[in-house]
Write a protein that binds this ligand. Sequence first.
Ligand code: SF4
Length: 263
Amino acid sequence: MSNNTTTGKPRANTQKPRRLLTQNSQLRAEGIFNFPLPAWAGRFKDGSTYNACPGAGACAKLCYARVGTYRFPSVLAAHERNMWLTMHALADWEAQMAEEIRHKRFRGKWIRLHDSGDFHSDEYLEAWLRIMRDAPEDTWFYCYTKSVSMFRRLVEPNPPKNFLWCYSLGGKEDHLLDLEVDRHADVFPGVAEVEAAGYTDQTESDLLSVLSESPKVGIPANRIPMLLKRQGDETFSSLQRALDKKIAEKRKRSAAGGLDLAS
Ligand code: SF4
C-alpha cells in the first residue's frame, strides 16, 4: 500500500482505470454497460469522506450494494476510485468517459449510470449531461435516481434526447414526486406484492424501469435473507413515509423543548 508522504496516511485509490464502463452479471446478460459508484457514504484511504447517495433515506438500511460482492475489497476499491475521480478529477474523468463512449462497441447499446451510487453533485450531473449530448445518437443512457430536486432543476427542463430516468423511492425527496405522473420505482417484498399494487414488474428486464408503458415500476426485493428480514412486509416507500413521520415528530419535540426552555 502506498503512503501519502506528507501525512503518512495511505493514499486514496486515484489511479485512472483503462476503462470506466463495466458490466455486472445481471446487466451483461442484457448487453447493458454500467458506471458504478460505491453505495451510500464512506471514507477514502486518506481519511477524507464521501457521500455517493445524498438522496438516500430508508433505502440505505436495505441496500443490496452495501452487502455481498459489492463489498469485496477489489470491487469496493474500484467503485471508490470512480467516486474519487468524479469528486476530485472531474474534468479528466469527463474527458476519458466522453472518449470511451465514442467507441463502436457502445453503438446501439444502453449505458446505465450507477448500479450503485447516485448523482452526488450538480457538477457531476452536469458532466454526464454534456457527455450524453456529445455521444453518438444511438448510444442510450438511463438511470434510477433519488436526486429528485437536482433532476427537477438540471435535467427536466431540457433532457438529452438519448437519456431516460426513473425516480426511485426510499429517499429523502420521495415527497417531491407525484406518483401518478412521475416515472418511479418502488421495492416490494415480492412479485405478488408488485402485482397487487398494480405496478409493472421489472424482473424480466432492467430496461423496463424506463421503457414500461406504466410509469409505476415494481422491483421485487433482492433475495438476500438479512435484507428480506429487515424489509418485512413493507415497501421502500412505506418505510420512507414512516421515517419522514418519525423525523417530523422529533423536530416537533425539539422545537417544543426549545420553546419550553425559552419560556
Ligand atoms: S440510493 Fe441506491 S445505492 Fe444509494 S444507498 Fe440507496 S439503494 Fe443503495
